[in-house]
Write a protein of this length. Structure first.
Length: 408
């Protein structure tokens, strides 16, 4: 455990980190990539260019400093980080690299404020949280390896099917290249795809949610082609690689399913299950939907899918079929662009007023995933409604403080 002096010093740095955190993390990443280029494949260059990873790390460091005397409140954040690290095959030998560059960055950015006491306290604090993460990640690796059909590391999978789901989303059905059975994953989890970069000498990795239910004989990922949103932001390398270069019969490398966002099908509740998705956020929600229909045939299930328009909406045919097969399922499509609408679709955003008109009761279990504005709005509304945290589940791609802070 950390001693009282260390806790006091680290906690005293929280306001400074809150003010200068992103400057620190930008310096940290630049320094680490310059001194230890071998770790670059673990990071998404598009997220680096957009500043997402810098903001996420700054928020995590600030939260750790502020709560170092009450780490129980960070339990969910620790699990999220451990699952993400395990998906990318982060190992104990990587932690000293991060630690050395982080401590050097604190000294270089804070200057005179980074006294020896501050550096020593943060060295102890970093070692403490690193040990926690290393221990949890070891458990995840062992659990994934001992499952029937499980494995550790990256394994070759063959594309058995490739299907276009919308104008910009394509599904890839993956089976083990060696013919071995597949492990059961938790609906909502993701896998990691590792691909060689353009120079052919290095690799890069991306997480993709599994979009089908477990036990199908394949792992399905549904990938949106990521175009460059801005002049200084690169297009999605792996998504375009999959769309353009990978076809039926080709093989790709993937790591075992990971992630703390999932539906526990062993939990039985009478209250409705509300699934909210926007854009590509439908992928983990689709896995949850298919699993829920199988596990809870009598439970009221409501799916709201928001999209720009019908052309970019994935799984519309499959969902239409599901509504005919399952009387307990209600589906509502919400489009940002105006157009001709049916009784089950409308134009506009997914707001509290819109949801309240659809739901039989606010007391429900909510699972949601989508772009940041959608997520912030949903989270804010559910908090205002007083929905217990145990009934609010989400997959948020970005610093969680951007989500939770917006609801404060």
């Amino acid at each position: 455990m950390l001693d009282a002096k260390t806790i006091s010093i680290v906690k005293s740095t929280a306001p400074i980190l809150a003010e200068h955190g992103e400057t620190l993390t930008r310096h940290f990443y630049n320094r680490m990539f310059a001194h230890n280029p071998e770790v670059a494949p673990f990071f998404n260059p598009a997220h680096q260019a957009a500043g997402k990873q810098q903001r996420a790390l700054a928020a995590a460091i600030t939260a750790y400093a502020a709560n170092i005397d009450n780490l129980a409140v960070l339990g969910s954040a620790v699990e999220l980080i451990a699952q993400k690290h395990a998906s990318l095959m982060i190992k104990p030998e990587h932690y000293p690299i991060v630690g050395q560059n982080l401590l050097a960055s604190i000294r270089e950015v804070l200057g005179a404020g980074a006294t020896d006491d501050v550096i020593n306290a943060w060295a102890a604090a970093y070692g403490f949280i690193a040990d926690i993460l290393i221990g949890r990640e070891k458990q995840i690796y062992e659990d994934n390896a001992k499952k029937p059909g499980g494995w550790e590391g990256f394994k070759s999978f063959r594309v058995s099917r490739k299907e276009k789901e919308s104008s910009n989303i394509t599904s890839f059905y993956l089976v083990a290249a060696d013919g071995t059975p597949l492990p059961r994953f938790k609906p909502g989890q993701y896998i990691t795809v590792r691909a060689r970069t353009g120079n052919g000498t290095s690799t890069t990795m991306r997480n993709y949610s599994l979009s089908d239910k477990p036990g199908q004989g394949w792992l399905r990922i549904s990938v949106k082609r990521e175009i460059s949103p801005e002049a200084n932001t690169p297009a999605g390398f792996v998504s375009n690689f999959l769309h353009d270069k990978i076809d039926v019969g080709d093989t790709i490398e993937i790591a075992p399913p990971c992630g703390e966002f999932f539906l526990d099908v062993t939990e039985k509740h009478d209250r409705p299950l509300v699934l909210l998705a926007a854009g590509i956020g439908i992928t983990p929600v689709m896995s949850i939907l298919l699993s829920a229909l199988e596990a809870f045939p009598k439970r009221n299930i409501i799916l709201v899918h928001a999209a720009l328009n019908e052309n970019v909406q994935a799984f519309s045919k499959q969902v239409t079929t599901l509504t005919k097969q399952h009387k307990n399922l209600k589906v509502y499509n919400r489009y940002s662009e105006a157009g001709n609408r049916t009784d089950a679709s409308s134009t506009g955003l997914v707001t509290a007023r819109y949801m309240e008109d659809l739901l039989p009761t606010r007391d429900a279990d909510y699972y949601f995933c989508g772009p940041q504005p959608f997520m912030v709005g949903i989270y804010h509304d559910l908090i205002k409604w007083g929905i217990p945290a145990s009934q609010v589940h989400f997959e948020f791609f970005g610093p969680r403080q951007e989500l939770e802070g917006a609801a404060a």
